[in-house]
Design a binder for this molecule. Structure first.
Ligand SMILES: [Zn+2]
Ligand SMILES: [Zn+2]
Length: 253
C-alpha cells in the first residue's frame, strides 16, 4: 500500500509564511489530536483500550486539562486508573530493574528519551509512552517523506522553500536528514546547499530582529519604528528550539 503523503498540508504550511512550516504542521496536528482524543473518540472501546494502556506524557496531560471537557477527561482517567492499578506491582518491579536503553533522537516534538527504560506507569514525558506523542510521531515521518517527495517531483518546491522564512533549527536538521537518506547524493547535496544558504540568511534576519528589539529600549530609539521586532522574542525562541511560546492555551471551542 502506498504511504499517505501530506502534499496539500505541506504546501499550505510552506505558504503560510511562518518561521517554520514543520512547527506550523506540528501545532495543527497536535491540536487536532487533542480535540480528537477528547472529542468524539474517547467513548470508543478500541481507542480507550489504547489510552488505558499507553497513557499520556506530562505535556499532553496538561494540554488535555487545559482543553476542558472534564467529563471526557474523567472517563479517560477512570479506566486508565483501573489499568494502572491492575498492573501496579508488576510495572513497579519492571521499572526498578529496567535495563538502560540507548538515547534515541527527538521525534516530532523534540522529546528526547533520557536514561533507563521504565515501563508502564513509571515514566515521564516519553513519546513512546504517550498516546498523543505516538500519533504525532507516526505522522512526522510521513511529513518528512512528503518534503522529500515534493523536492523530487515539484520543480518549484525548492524555490518556494528558498524564498520562505526557513525552518526552526531542529526541523531544518530533520528535513536535511530525510533528504540525505532518501535522495541521490548529488540531488541531496544541491538541496542542502540551497537550504543551508537560505537558513543562514533567515538566521541573520532573526538576529537583526532580536538586536533591534533590544535597541528599541534605548531612550534614543523611543520614537523609532519597531520594524519587525515586536514579537522578536517568541519568534527567536521558535527559530532556535521550535514551537510557539506565545501561543495561548488550546481550549475546547
Ligand atoms: Zn519547526
Ligand atoms: Zn505526549
Amino acid at each position: 500500500m502506498k504511504e499517505k503523503l501530506y502534499t496539500i498540508e505541506v504546501m499550505d504550511a510552506v505558504k503560510a509564511g511562518d518561521e517554520c512550516p514543520c512547527c506550523y504542521l506540528e501545532r495543527k496536528l497536535e491540536q487536532d489530536t487533542i480535540s480528537f482524543t477528547l472529542g468524539s473518540s474517547y467513548m470508543e472501546d478500541d481507542i480507550r483500550a489504547e489510552t488505558d494502556k499507553i497513557g499520556f506524557c506530562r505535556k499532553h496531560t496538561k494540554m488535555m486539562y487545559d482543553y476542558g471537557n472534564y467529563l471526557g477527561n474523567a472517563w479517560i482517567l477512570k479506566t486508565r486508573m483501573m489499568y494502572l492499578r491492575k498492573h501496579f506491582r508488576e510495572d513497579l518491579e519492571k521499572s526498578l530493574d529496567g535495563e538502560t536503553q540507548p538515547k534515541s533522537k527527538g521525534g516530532f516534538l523534540g522529546l528526547v528519551k533520557i536514561g533507563g527504560s521504565k515501563s508502564g506507569a513509571f515514566t515521564t514525558s516519553k513519546k513512546e509512552e504517550c498516546y498523543v506523542c505516538r500519533k504525532l510521531d507516526e505522522t512526522y515521518g510521513r511529513i518528512m517523506n512528503t518534503f522529500v517527495y515534493l523536492l523530487r517531483t515539484e520543480p518549484e518546491f525548492l524555490g518556494l522553500l528558498e524564498n520562505s522564512k526557513g525552518f526552526c533549527l531542529p526541523h531544518f536538521r530533520d528535513v536535511l536528514e530525510a533528504c540525505m537518506e532518501n535522495m541521490k547524493k548529488d540531488e541531496a547535496d544541491r538541496v542542502k546547499k540551497v537550504l543551508t544558504d537560505m537558513m543562514e540568511r533567515e538566521l541573520a534576519r532573526i538576529q537583526e530582529d532580536i538586536d533591534w528589539f533590544i535597541e528599541k529600549y534605548d531612550y534614543r530609539n523611543q520614537g523609532a519604528d519597531w520594524k519587525n521586532s515586536k514579537d522578536a522574542v517568541p519568534r527567536t525562541m521558535q527559530k532556535i528550539t521550535g514551537g510557539y511560546p506565545a501561543d495561548p492555551v488550546f481550549r475546547q471551542k
